[in-house]
Design a protein around this ligand. Sequence first.
Ligand code: FES
Ligand code: FES
Length: 172
Amino acid sequence: MNEMNEEISVTCRINGEDVALHGDPAGSTVSVLRARGLFGVRETCGLGVCGTCTVLLNGEPVSSCILPMYALDGGTIRTVEGAASGDTLSALQQQFIESQAFQCSFCTPGFLASAQALLDQTEGELTREQVESGLQGHLCRCGSYEAISEAVRICSRNRGCAADASTGCPAS
Ligand code: FES
Ligand code: FES
């Protein structure tokens, strides 16, 4: 690499693991994550307009295709691989399955990231409009929007009881 584009090292936390990354500071985060085997992070447009590559950086959804690697320094990244707890899916992941909120599933990790951030940053049952606003910028070529919206709204309705099944969640 030339002097203007020297490799750098950054440290960050990815899915709960402290890691040191080395490479082109302008290299895309999606490339960095996929090089680490995190293939749930997917790239389509590469322009920041489709939402497919969305991951959480410090709890906020970001388009990893346009996020340069240097921006990860000191950050906490969560991909779809980090959402589950061992073999136990997150409540949102489980609800996507139960609501059949995908067909080919290529867009699903990105939707899950933004939907989880929406749930984390709100309280109570979300309206259709709130979900649509929170997920704007995500495209699904299979047209699963209705089922995705339903999954997120059900999750918002049931939040608070998912961690303790003994309390019993409202019927969906
Ligand atoms: S691949 Fe990143 S927004 Fe489309
Ligand atoms: S489920 Fe196929 S692109 Fe969304």
